[in-house]
Design a protein around this ligand. Structure first.
Ligand code: FAD
Length: 501
């Protein structure tokens, strides 16, 4: 065992949306920060230059990482262990949660719980987050847009030419498509923003120390169990101990509870900060279905996510509960379906024999339908012989199915429209539901709340049980909005940085 000589103000575990942002912000405020990141620098060709081949088989499934699903079978999770975490492969769509998302909302199958604070509390940090991550967007078009002070600082990027007539066609169907807010760096080699660039590299290099390929195993506490005294990590085959006044876990919705559970000791027999037995529970994995539409012309296949539609976010005609969010996927669409649901695509190619799989894939427009799920204590991450197990059953499924069918109806309307020339009338719309291995949108597994009896951390992410332990990642979400969690994770990290200052 090697014990590091240095003592830091703060150790941050994980350098993704939460950890990378927090570490950069704390160092700018004058704190000495050590970031322990289990991955290394991701090669440029592996990054999501334009959301291209994001779902290509095994490309973003870390080697040798196997988790076990509800049936006990192993699976390879789609997750990025690298500087910047999942932001290295994300779509970079950075949306604010809606005001109502912070309140108790009745869903078709139950209740989406309230957060311990309201939207207004997060507004200043959403503003900072949008500036830091250079979010490009246009206010005032999305009907569900939450209140904001002024427009985005940067205008939306131009969409692919064929998407403009599609936007107009959707408007003729009564939809209100908007340019989805995207983090954009303007670096031609690596245009989409991420937490390496806008988090770590925006920090003060004299105060921020990054140790990558440092996999944190567990936390050690002082004799009365009230403080974290050391962080144990594996580095190049050696075991190290690192020390700081404050320790922040930001290893993501699966690995943060795993580290807490693995750190069990006599004061915390069920895992650190787990007196409530909520560590690892209430995992929420956004319901994601990709839907394929046929295009008349070949498209470039190298473009990012572009249009969003929230017309069904809170319901629909005769539907008084939320259905969710729709957005265009990026280019090279065959990978989305080839990798995750090849049987669906083969089925379509049988139904349309003249339209071979390759042509189908390169002449397509893919859409994502996204619907929230509710926290359920049975949906949990747990350890068995130190292996990661995930029990998970989606809930709120009917609302998601309604969204998918509603969207397919809208697409059919677009295809029937005689003015629309960019898409083909198709007998069927292939679709594929993201399986459990697509865990990148997961949240909620160490939820925040005011009551220590049923939450793990308070409204700032501070452990209810340890004086110097904080969580700063998607694990602390009490509910799971239908828009991506990224911007909210970043805003929460900036809010925590202010508290720790
Ligand atoms: C393909 C894909 C596309 C996505 N697109 C979007 C999008 O467009 N918009 C959006 O809002 N969200 C998107 N998301 C979700 C978004 O990326 C996550 O919500 C966000 O990154 C969560 O931030 P985090 O800090 O909780 O975790 P992460 O960003 O996952 O960071 C966790 C970090 O901890 C590190 N780590 C894990 N275990 C350890 C350990 N034991 N020791 C040390 N380090 C450790 C990891 O390597 C990683 O760097 C996408 C996700 C994926 C996978």
């Amino acid at each position: 065992m090697i014990i590091d000589d240095r003592h830091y103000d703060v150790i941050v575990i994980g350098s993704g949306a939460g950890g990378g942002t927090l570490a950069g912000a704390l160092s700018r405020k004058g704190k000495t920060v050590l970031v322990l990141e289990r991955g290394g620098a991701m090669a440029l060709e592996d990054q999501n230059v334009a959301d291209v081949d994001l779902f290509q088989k095994d490309r973003y499934h870390p080697k040798n990482e196997r988790w076990f699903g509800p049936d006990g079978d192993p699976f390879a999770p789609q997750t990025s262990y690298a500087r910047g975490g999942n932001t290295k492969i994300w779509g970079a769509v950075l949306e604010r949660m809606r005001e109502k998302d912070f309140t108790e909302v009745p869903l078709q199958e139950g209740i989406s719980p309230a957060w311990p604070f309201d939207y207004a509390e997060l507004v200043p940090y959403y503003e900072q987050a949008e500036q830091l991550y250079r979010v490009h967007g246009k206010a005032g078009v999305d009907p569900t847009e939450p209140g904001r002070h002024g427009d985005f600082l940067a205008k939306p990027k131009a969409v692919e030419p064929f998407l403009e007539p599609l936007r107009a066609a959707l408007q003729r169907q009564g939809c209100q498509p908007y340019d989805i807010p995207i983090s954009w760096s303007d670096d031609r080699e690596d245009p989409s923003g991420d937490a390496q660039l806008f988090g770590l590299e925006a920090g003060d290099p004299d105060r921020l120390t990054l140790r990558d390929n440092a996999k944190v195993l567990r936390l050690h506490v002082n004799p009365n169990g009230r403080e974290v005294k050391a962080v144990e990590a594996e580095l190049e085959g050696d075991t190290w101990l690192f020390r700081a006044d404050v320790v922040v876990l930001a290893a993501g919705a699966v690995n943060t509870p795993v580290i807490l559970l693995r750190s069990a000791n006599s004061h915390h027999p069920k895992g650190i900060s787990n007196g409530s037995d909520q560590v690892g529970r209430n995992l929420m994995n956004l319901q994601l279905t990709s839907i394929l539409q046929l295009a008349t012309e070949r498209n470039s296949g190298r473009y990012g996510r572009s249009l969003g539609i929230n017309d069904y976010y809170w319901g629909d005609k005769n539907v008084s509960f939320p259905l969710g969010h729709i957005q265009t996927a990026g280019g090279v669409l065959q990978d989305v379906l080839f990798a995750e649901s090849p049987p669906v695509l083969s089925l379509v190619s049988k139904l349309i024999p003249d339209f071979g799989i390759e042509r189908l894939a390169s002449r397509s427009v893919a859409w994502w339908a996204m619907t929230e799920v509710m926290p359920d204590p049975h949906n949990k991450i747990w350890l068995h012989n130190d292996q990661i197990r995930i029990n998970y059953i989606h809930n709120n499924r009917e609302a998601h199915d309604r969204l998918v069918y509603r969207w397919i109806d809208t697409l059919k309307g677009v295809e029937k429209d005689p003015i629309t020339k960019v898409v083909l009338k198709a007998p069927t719309h292939a679709r594929g539901e993201a399986p459990l291995s697509v865990v990148g949108y997961g949240c909620g597994s160490c939820r925040m709340g005011d009551d220590p009896a049923n939450s793990v951390v308070d409204a700032h992410g501070k452990s209810h049980e340890l004086e110097n332990l904080y969580l700063a990642d998607a694990s602390i979400f009490p509910s799971c909005p239908s828009v991506g969690p990224g911007l909210t994770v970043i805003a929460l990290a900036l809010r925590l940085a202010e508290k720790l200052d």
